[in-house]
Design a protein around this ligand. Structure first.
Ligand code: BV8
Length: 257
């Protein structure tokens, strides 16, 4: 008699209430199946360029044209009509729509795929590829065209100071106070598609645990901080994220039954 494969083990019940706020941290892995490169995978961006040359203020001061070329190529790539949000982005947007406790997506990504999928409660802690900033007056504006040192700031008119609105290594990420408050207050922290290499984002799981949150990692493979999570589910984001959001939908439905 052939032995039947064991049924998929039923995932454990989630120790959260539907009134608990949720914080979701995402990284490059959630956009991988949309066609955007990650950073630290073998075929990733840092296998091709040195982060010191293109993602630091020192690199920009040394060779602004090289940094502009790096971000101009990524911006043009993101604007390719073939690059669209995937099922993982869509599942998070749906979660924001049905979860009573509220959802905040904190993304390390500079792409616009969460917003295009419909997420509204969203923080781009490392900035946005489709925005530009004037180093002279600080004005941040939408920017979808190639950028160069010759471009003038739309606000102050000066040239030479335009840069991508992106947080480089050694620069302080955006909205850390708001993120810290949300981590302290949340009942569930979910980390999706990040290797857990870059700080301070890599420390968010510790902050969430300190606040008593249940912590879950959804990633293709164990991240640097995998052991810090109460639950770890590994697989491609377009599979594991919708499945996890399905579990949350059951929690929300139970609360209203
Ligand atoms: C700062 C620019 C001071 C934008 C980026 C300790 C404390 C504080 C700071 C530090 C510290 N130790 C070191 C530092 C300094 C530094 C740092 O972390 N260095 C690292 C290299 C050790 N941090 C900083 O400089 C930060 N600033 O510290 O300021 C401060 C801080 C707090 C308070 C006051 C002062 C600034 C960090 C931001 C730097 N900018 N990029 C851009 O060009 O995009 S970082 C870069 O890495 C990207 O932004 C990216 O988002 C980020 C993280 O990478 P991931 O998203 O995780 O991508 P990665 O490729 O690594 O991993 C992808 C994962 O997806 C993998 O696990 C893979 O398995 C998985 N995956 C792949 N495919 C799939 C998948 N998962 C699911 N499905 C799939 N299909």
């Amino acid at each position: 008699m052939p032995t039947r494969p064991p049924p998929n083990p039923t995932p454990p019940a989630l120790p959260i209430r539907s009134t608990d706020p949720i914080v979701v941290l995402t990284g490059a892995g959630i956009s991988r199946e949309s066609g955007l490169e990650t950073f630290r995978d073998p075929d990733g961006i840092w296998a091709r360029v040195r982060l010191e040359d293109v993602a630091t203020p020192e690199g920009f001061a040394r060779d602004p044209a090289q940094v502009h070329a790096f971000y101009n190529a990524r911006r043009r790539g993101l604007l390719d009509p073939a690059i669209r949000p995937n099922a993982a982005h869509a599942a998070l947007a749906a979660l924001e729509g049905f979860w009573p406790g509220g959802v905040l997506v904190v993304t390390q990504n500079v792409d616009d795929l969460h917003a295009r999928a419909g997420s509204r409660s969203l923080i781009h802690m490392h900035g946005e590829l489709l925005k530009v900033r004037c180093a002279d007056c600080g004005a941040t504006t939408d920017g979808r065209a190639d950028l160069s040192a010759a471009d003038a700031c739309a606000a102050c008119g000066r040239t030479g100071g335009m840069r991508p609105h992106v947080v480089w290594f050694g620069e302080v990420p955006l909205e850390l106070d708001r993120i810290g408050a949300a981590l302290a207050d949340c009942g569930l922290f979910v980390s999706i598609g990040t290797s857990g290499n870059v700080w301070p984002a890599a420390g968010f799981v510790r902050e969430a645990r300190a606040g008593g949150a249940h912590t879950v990692e959804l990633n293709l493979e164990p991240s640097e901080g995998a052991s810090l999570f109460a639950e770890r589910i590994h697989g491609p984001a377009t599979a594991v994220v919708p499945a996890f959001v399905g579990r949350l939908r059951a929690v929300a439905a139970e609360a209203t039954a």
